[in-house]
Ligand binder design. Structure first.
Ligand code: CP
Ligand code: NVA
Length: 306
């Protein structure tokens, strides 16, 4: 039987994704109550990072340890991947020793190629196209504060990047309306927009996107790999900063999220993360809980469905 991978939110059904979020909430409760739960004893996760990370590395590593297993950090600089060993060959070898592999990479095709040759589950820890683990955490965080997101209005303000693409997939899977406000030339790729149909609307004015929104999200203006464009982007994106007065135009119930790391004074005003409407810290913590649910589903589904 070939392994089950999680490269995109579309790799699960809407019901499976909702179950992951419910399980994330349960595992969070177990941890808060100090209950030991170690279904992944002797299991090992390999983590390949071609890009920097704080939250993704910590949450997967801590999560594996808490579930009774271990995680190994692999940087291309110190492995043969960085010296040109083919992705397919690396996948065959690594997956013969590991129980799952998490990869943070540039080209999404690297993940697809690795998964094609891997005997064990492969998890997307961020690619240039998608960041599905982050969206699981975002959806758990919204659910904890406001319940079901189905039918709600979500606004994405800023770059049409990997996070924005993943919000488009989330709109399809979790059934919400998404308004994206981005400057001309920085839209998400058409293939993501097309598949989402009428649920997703593209506008230029951030005020139009956030009007009546129950959730407002943004992300950095220059993603990892775009450092050379940072200066030019700073100018282009200036009208897209999210601040308290922009949130005032949303629903009175609005919540604000940012996957972090944030650049205070750029995509968010200096005070926004400290506004009571911001739940970015809870959002970051939930990476741990919901990814534990994901690891359990992919590595020991019997526990997940217990
Ligand atoms: N949000 C997120 O993925 O953070 P890191 O880059 O720190 O992993
Ligand atoms: N869009 C950002 C997300 C970081 C978690 C990046 O790719 O750098």
């Amino acid at each position: 039987m070939s392994a089950r991978h999680f490269l995109s939110l579309l790799d699960g059904t809407p019901d499976e994704l909702k179950a992951l979020i419910r399980r994330g909430i349960e595992l969070k409760d177990l941890r808060k109550r100090g209950v030991l739960f170690e279904p992944l004893k002797n299991r090992v996760l390999g983590m390949i990072f071609e890009k920097a990370s704080t939250r993704t590395r910590l949450s997967f590593e801590a999560g594996m340890i808490q579930l009774g297993g271990q995680a190994i950090f692999l940087s291309p600089r110190d492995t043969q991947l960085g010296r040109g060993e083919p992705v397919a060959d690396s996948a065959i070898v690594m997956s013969s020793m590991l129980d799952a592999v998490m990869i943070r990479t540039f080209a999404h095709d690297t993940l697809v190629e690795f998964a094609r040759h891997s005997k064990v589950p492969v998890i997307n820890g961020l690619s240039d196209d998608l960041h599905p683990c982050q969206l699981l955490a975002d959806m758990q965080t919204f659910h904890e504060s406001r319940g079901d997101i189905a039918g709600k209005k979500v606004a994405w303000v800023g770059d049409g990047n990997n996070m924005c693409n993943t919000y488009i997939e989330a709109a399809m899977q979790f059934d919400f309306e998404l308004a994206i406000a981005c400057p001309e030339g920085y839209e998400p790729e058409a293939r993501f927009l097309t598949q989402a149909g009428g649920r997703v609307r593209l506008v230029r004015d951030p005020r139009e996107a956030v009007a009546g929104a129950h959730l407002v999200c943004t992300d950095v203006w220059a993603s990892m790999g775009q450092e050379g464009e940072a200066e030019a982007r700073l100018e282009r994106f200036r009208p897209y900063q999210v601040d308290c007065s922009l949130l005032d135009l949303a629903s009175p119930e609005v919540l604000f999220m940012h996957c972090l790391p944030a650049h205070r004074g750029e995509e968010v005003s200096c005070d926004l993360l400290d506004d009571p409407r911001s739940i970015a810290w809870e959002q970051a913590e939930n990476r741990l809980h919901v990814q534990k649910a994901l690891l359990e589903l992919l590595i020991e589904p019997a526990y997940h469905h217990a």
